[in-house]
Design a protein around this ligand. Structure first.
Ligand code: IYR
Length: 223
């Protein structure tokens, strides 16, 4: 066994099945209320709530426990405006400039999206999650990261769940290409923009696409 392996006891409290069922159904119902939101109020959201969601996301498992993510939380209106302008430029090229194949545009029709992203300026926070393709040793040399996209995907999911649980709405926005975020947010070369999350409260007249979740039988096989 490696000399770096020094495990510590893990205190796990096993729950009675009845309690497991009631917690499971309460959490399932809570998560089923979550929707991706594209209409946000400009009401402020306290920074400590965003910090908590980031800490929760950061509890995600990751390849070799490298925790290969950086969350950049932006409340500065000038930076949000810059992000909106750059994102809309890219999205305009995608939607109107022929960069998005017809089949993709058709797939997006039920979602009612277009190149306009006004919420990027209205929201109190934009949180951009960056994936660290590699890290750094104390001497500055590159440190290998493993399963970066899987690790970041899990952390992103936990971030979304944390926000929803505390009563905030978000959207997994991936303007494509996203490299303008590296430039605007002055991130190092080894970090790739992964997902942009506008975070805030839905407007009172917020609408969402009329879509349904696949039933259990369509998303699972028990053998
Ligand atoms: N990034 C674009 C297009 C888009 C792509 C997918 I896949 C979506 O599920 C939704 C939108 C946009 O944000 O409009």
């Amino acid at each position: 066994m490696s000399s770096l392996y020094h495990p510590v006891p893990y205190t796990f409290h096993q729950r009675p099945e009845e309690e497991m069922r009631s917690r499971a159904s309460a959490f399932e119902a809570l998560m089923d209320e979550r929707r991706s939101v594209r209409f946000f109020k400009d009401d402020p959201v306290p920074r400590d709530l965003i910090e908590s969601a980031i800490r929760t996301a950061s509890t995600a498992p990751s390849g070799a426990h490298r925790q290969p993510w950086t969350f950049v939380a932006i409340s500065n209106p000038a930076i949000k405006k810059e992000i909106r302008i750059a994102a809309e430029e890219e999205e305009y090229r995608s939607y109107e400039g022929g960069r998005m194949p017809e089949e993709w545009r058709e797939a997006l029709e039920p979602l009612g999206t277009d190149w306009r992203k006004p919420y990027l300026e209205t929201v109190p926070w934009i949180v951009v999650m960056f994936a660290q393709m590699y890290g750094h040793h104390a001497d500055g040399s590159k440190k290998k990261h493993y399963y970066v996209s899987e690790s970041c995907g899990i952390a992103a999911g936990m971030f979304i769940a944390a926000l929803h649980n505390m009563g905030l709405a978000t959207l997994t926005h991936t303007p494509s290409p996203m490299n303008f975020l590296t430039r605007i947010l002055e991130r190092p070369k080894g970090e790739k923009p992964y997902i942009l999350f506008p975070v805030g409260y839905p407007t009172d007249d917020c609408v969402v696409p009329d879509i349904a979740r696949k039933p259990l039988d369509d998303v699972s096989v028990f053998i």
